[in-house]
Design a protein around this ligand. Structure first.
Ligand code: HSE
Length: 355
């Protein structure tokens, strides 16, 4: 018989609802291959929440939200006055899925949600960058003290495995530098400009239609999203203390189709690259900028909305991972992956050189 895991979700935006749909679509696989039944006991939103001790039908709940624009009036356990924090305190769940909108500066409300859940011994998987850029190590220590696991793949390039590779596959090696194509929207735009001759504006509109771009796409094209992800990954994997505002940043909005095309003619491919490197003084410095990469560079092969990351290590050489969907489904799949990995290796979920 499958083990039951009671979960709650805070934040029912595109990623939260994609996660709910994925949970339902994968229910059979989870029971058969992982011996796990993930029961959705509640969803918290700013404008009201829903809770049901019997468990909620995840996809129907996503449909309900899309029809009604909220959850507080749900016939089966709607709580118009409840926010996510009430749900964390009252639902008696074993795991929190945190997908509220990211506030990079304060980390809130996710930071309070995560601290509250961990303090109650709940495991947490999060798609939120804000809390971890500034507080990753203290939150990991807090999780450990409370016997809980904390995983954040969905916040760190989501479907592209970044933290898992560094913490598990490169364990024992020192990461000397990280180079990444970490923003699907920018990469999609640059690829479309080069391959189909589309203008910057046309390619951006298409990225928005595909649901890849942020609500405010300047976060993508001006390099903020790349800087946030780079700071987060460097802090987790290199023991750095970078803040996004310390990452030098140039976006892609100044690149013309002619420049992108001309680079292609010379055998170079423009990518928006984030690079973090440990200097001789031991400090990690980082910057984000468009770079014309030679065709044989591993990140030159990262086309369309895919992403890629290259770790340069002391003992394992250069290791590159490429791929991963940039859309909400990819982020939802990263949340599910973290839940499964907590379930089957709770010790591994909490160990790490910089945690
Ligand atoms: N807007 C991001 C991207 C996805 O284009 O990669 C979320 O980080």
């Amino acid at each position: 018989m499958a083990e039951q895991v009671r979960i709650i979700v805070c934040g029912f935006g595109r990623v939260g609802r994609s996660f709910a749909r994925l949970l339902e679509a994968k229910a059979e696989t989870l029971a058969r291959d992982y011996g796990l039944e993930i029961q959705l006991h509640g969803v918290g939103e700013l404008e009201g929440s829903v809770i049901s001790p019997k468990g909620l039908a995840p996809a129907a709940l996503a449909d309900y939200f899309e029809t009604h624009g909220g959850l507080g009036g749900h016939p089966e356990g709607g709580r118009p006055e409840w926010k996510g924090i009430d749900l964390i305190r009252e639902a008696g769940a074993g795991l929190l899925v945190e997908t509220t909108p990211t506030d990079i500066r304060t980390g809130e409300p996710a930071l309070t949600h995560i601290r509250t859940a961990l303090g109650r011994g709940m495991h947490v998987v999060s798609a939120n960058k804000g809390p971890f850029i500034r507080h990753y190590r203290t939150l990991q220590a807090f999780a450990r003290d409370n016997g809980a696991a904390l995983r954040l793949s969905a916040a760190a390039a989501a479907a592209l495995p970044t933290l898992d590779v560094a913490q598990t596959c490169l364990a024992g090696a020192e990461i000397l530098a990280i180079e990444g194509v970490l923003n699907g929207t920018s990469n999609y735009i640059l690829t479309e400009m080069r391959k189909s001759g589309r203008s910057y504006g046309e390619a951006l509109s298409e990225a928005q239609r595909l649901g890849i771009a942020e609500t405010d796409p300047t976060l993508d094209v001006e390099g903020h999203d790349t800087a946030n992800k780079l700071a987060l990954i460097a802090n987790v994997c290199m023991g750095a203390d970078l803040l996004p505002e310390q990452v030098g940043r140039t976006g892609i909005s100044g690149l013309t189709a002619e420049e992108v095309h001309a680079a292609g003619e010379e055998g170079r491919i423009f990518r928006l690259v984030g690079r973090a490197e440990r200097g001789p003084d031991g400090a990690v410095r980082a910057r984000v900028a468009p770079m014309g990469l030679p065709r044989d560079h591993p990140l030159a092969a990262v086309d369309g909305a895919e992403k890629g990351i290259t770790y340069t290590t002391d003992t394992m050489g250069r290791v590159t991972v490429v791929g991963g969907k940039s859309d909400p489904k990819g982020a939802a799949a990263a949340l599910l992956k973290d839940i499964l990995n907590i379930h089957r290796a709770p010790g591994a979920a909490r160990s790490g050189r910089y945690s």
